[in-house]
Design a protein around this ligand. Structure first.
Ligand code: ING
Length: 309
């Protein structure tokens, strides 16, 4: 058995006015709670250090740079890395990254037990729009503030297994899991900030959102025989409601742990990486069963090409 005692550490709302220092203190409290339960790895949400600022429109995009981190660890987050190293706990969290070259990404990192950053991911599937859209009940401007991820979907050997990352909207796209599945991924960790209502379809509320969220996680886990750890930033941020749904999904696609509520909280589950073996060696033995000669459209075209009339 290759066991990773995994902590999914949900954050409740982060208001515009909340400082990064206050958020890091909350993250450290959750880390201490996870340590008390002997967790080996702690997973935090997407954009864990700030409010979900892409809901706000900035005429001048540079004005949104206040929400970005220019170094990681930086002056405020260093305490979190030090606490993780003290605990000997690996961690993953998301943040807005402004690189020295001036590039903007919705980023997540993978940090080993010594506090060293061993992996970085830049969000590929950016939902929403890049100009102000008056037709929407609220804005979702990730395409305005972030570039499309440029690192693909890498995986890393860590904690005696193969671990990959994705971020929020990525979880809705089967390609995300499959590209990592084709690298042998045994655990996918992800954070999300998901509005509880659809800004373009007001009748689509929380129940439907939660159904699609879990459907996406469970399918990705099952179809690639991998663990999936999904962690919410939840609750009402300056009047905007983000849904919860933090959960741990096993390689059979079953939700084995779920955190109720929309506040700071942590759930722990012993994830046996060897539980991925049966699926990878039987029904989803890609080498034996996949027929790539028929999959050309998946990478040859972006949009839909319907049949001739
Ligand atoms: N948030 C949402 C998500 O993918 C969204 C945006 C919600 C898109 C529901 C489509 C449907 O969970 C982020 N941050 O991607």
């Amino acid at each position: 058995m290759r066991m990773i005692r995994t902590a999914a550490a949900q954050l409740g709302p982060i208001q515009w006015a909340d400082t990064r220092q206050a958020v890091v203190r909350r993250m450290m409290d959750l880390m201490d709670e996870a340590k008390a339960a002997d967790a080996d790895l702690i997973v935090y949400p997407e954009l864990a250090l700030t409010t979900f600022f892409p809901r706000w429109y900035y005429e001048n995009r540079a004005d949104a740079d206040e929400w970005f981190e220019r170094e990681m660890p930086g002056p405020v987050t260093r305490a979190l890395f030090e606490r993780a190293a003290q605990h000997g706990m690996a961690m993953s969290f998301g943040f807005a990254e402004l690189t020295p070259e001036g590039r903007h990404f919705n980023t997540s990192i993978l940090v080993d037990r010594s506090g060293a950053i061993v992996g970085k991911y830049h969000k590929v599937h950016l939902p929403g729009h890049d100009e102000y859209d008056p037709a929407r009940t609220f804005q979702h401007l990730e395409k305005r503030y972030f570039e499309t991820g440029d690192l693909g979907f890498p995986v890393w050997r860590m904690l005696d297994g193969i671990i990959g990352m994705c971020i929020c909207n990525d979880r809705r796209w089967p390609e995300t899991y499959r590209v990592m599945g084709l690298q042998g991924v045994e655990m996918v960790v992800l954070g999300f900030n998901t509005p509880s209502v659809n800004s373009q379809k007001s009748e689509e509320g929380l129940a439907q959102r939660m159904f699609h969220h879990k459907l996406s996680l469970q399918a990705g886990a099952y179809q690639n025989s991998t663990w999936v750890i999904a962690v919410a930033k939840a609750g009402v941020e300056d009047g905007h409601h983000l849904m919860g749904g933090t959960c741990i999904v096993n390689p059979d696609g079953e939700i084995v742990a779920e955190l109720e509520g929309e506040t700071d909280g942590v759930i722990i589950h012993p994830c046996d990486l060897d539980a991925t073996r049966f699926g990878k060696e039987t029904i989803f033995d890609f080498q034996r069963h996949r027929r790539v000669e028929h999959y050309g459209r998946i990478t040859a075209q972006t949009g839909v090409t319907p049949p001739p009339d």
